[in-house]
Write a protein that binds this ligand. Structure first.
Ligand SMILES: [Zn+2]
Length: 342
């Protein structure tokens, strides 16, 4: 399909992008990891700006409390019981049918990260946990892909632009990943929604500048707090020679054995269960079997939702599940084997 440049008229007359920049955007391949609040805002900006190809990776489904801040989703998506990656793909295609948008329902981890991210011109972070950001950092430094960190909670947020070997990487400034549960999340500390558009807007601008090759980059950390009304910029200095990742080429987050198969999702009273190497499930057939032992409340091509007492299990086609109603990993694992039995 020939590109209709009329759509981009206001970018073509903006000197920071122009015709040449627009052509670079149209050829760009971007991967966005996580399509919640930040991810929605970033994807919306990039798709309207006309990136050529956008892959969205998200492991989750839409819940009512997401609509307060996750701007790609609405009540119809909630009723349709769609995974975020699928609902986001549909919405973004309606916004700009010239962009090739691909939603991937998956949990980015050490085993699949290189397959999912390699080949991108830019990786954008819309993730909700630190473990995945250290995996992104390893892949991006290893493959020389620029990436933009973005995180918000409560009334504050932070963004960092990583151009491998030119600016500090995530581990240059934050050598160790905080242990799970050690940092506040939207589920534990809440969030005032305007911080999302502010910080994701800065991150999206960084992404566009990287793709177009113009403008001044954030070479450290930008931190904004909308309740304290503080806007701070920290210069990260040069990359650290003793950084394990970009200084020494030790990609230890990719080499670690894949994390636990059951991981409590902080603040959500839920546990994610992964089954590495599992075959894809025929969800309709599983639903038939489960109808005898509980209440199947949703089933479609992407997920199956099942209630047994206070426990709700959302099972994805890749055999991954989110068990809601417990934060005890052992309990969740045993419920999974009892009902899904993989
Ligand atoms: Zn580094």
């Amino acid at each position: 399909m020939a590109t209709d440049y009329t759509r981009y008229a206001r970018q073509l007359i903006f000197p920071g992008i122009g015709k040449e920049g627009q052509e670079k955007l149209l050829k760009a391949r971007v991967v966005l990891v996580g399509c919640g609040a930040d991810g929605s805002a970033i994807a919306d900006r990039l798709v309207r700006a006309g990136v050529g190809h956008l892959t969205l990776i998200d492991r989750d489904f839409i819940e009512l409390n997401n609509l307060q801040r996750q701007a790609l989703y609405d009540e119809d998506d909630l009723r349709a019981n769609l995974p975020k990656a699928v609902a986001a793909e549909h919405k973004l295609r309606r916004i700009n049918s010239q962009v090739e948008v691909v939603g991937v329902v998956a949990d980015l981890n050490a085993e699949n990260a290189e397959d999912l991210l390699a080949g991108a011109d830019l990786v954008m972070d819309g993730a909700d946990n630190f473990e995945v950001r250290y995996i992104i950092n390893d892949v991006c430094v290893k493959h020389g892909i620029p990436w933009v960190y973005c995180g918000v909670v409560a009334s504050y947020g932070m963004t960092m632009t990583i151009i491998p070997h030119q600016t500090p990487c995530l581990r240059c400034l934050f050598p160790d990943a905080p242990p799970p549960g050690a940092t506040p999340t939207c589920d534990t500390a809440g969030i005032a929604n305007p911080i999302v558009t502010v910080v994701a807007g800065i991150a999206a601008a960084e992404g566009l500048k990287l793709l177009v090759g113009s403008g001044e980059h954030n070479r450290g950390v930008i931190h904004v707090d909308l309740w304290e009304n503080t806007f701070d910029t920290f210069d990260g200095g040069p990359p650290r020679v003793d950084c394990p990742t970009c200084g020494q080429g030790d990609y230890e987050f990719l080499e670690r054995p894949s994390g636990a198969q059951a991981v409590s999702l902080c603040g959500r009273d839920a546990v994610q269960i992964r089954v590495p190497g599992a075959q894809r499930l025929a969800l309709a057939a599983v639903a038939e079997r489960l109808r005898g032992v509980g209440q199947v409340t949703a089933v479609n091509d992407y997920l199956l939702r099942f209630k047994a007492g206070e426990i709700e299990i959302t099972l994805f086609a890749d055999a991954r599940a989110i068990v809601k109603g417990t934060s005890d990993e052992a309990v969740a694992r045993s419920l999974y084997s009892k009902y899904v039995g993989v």
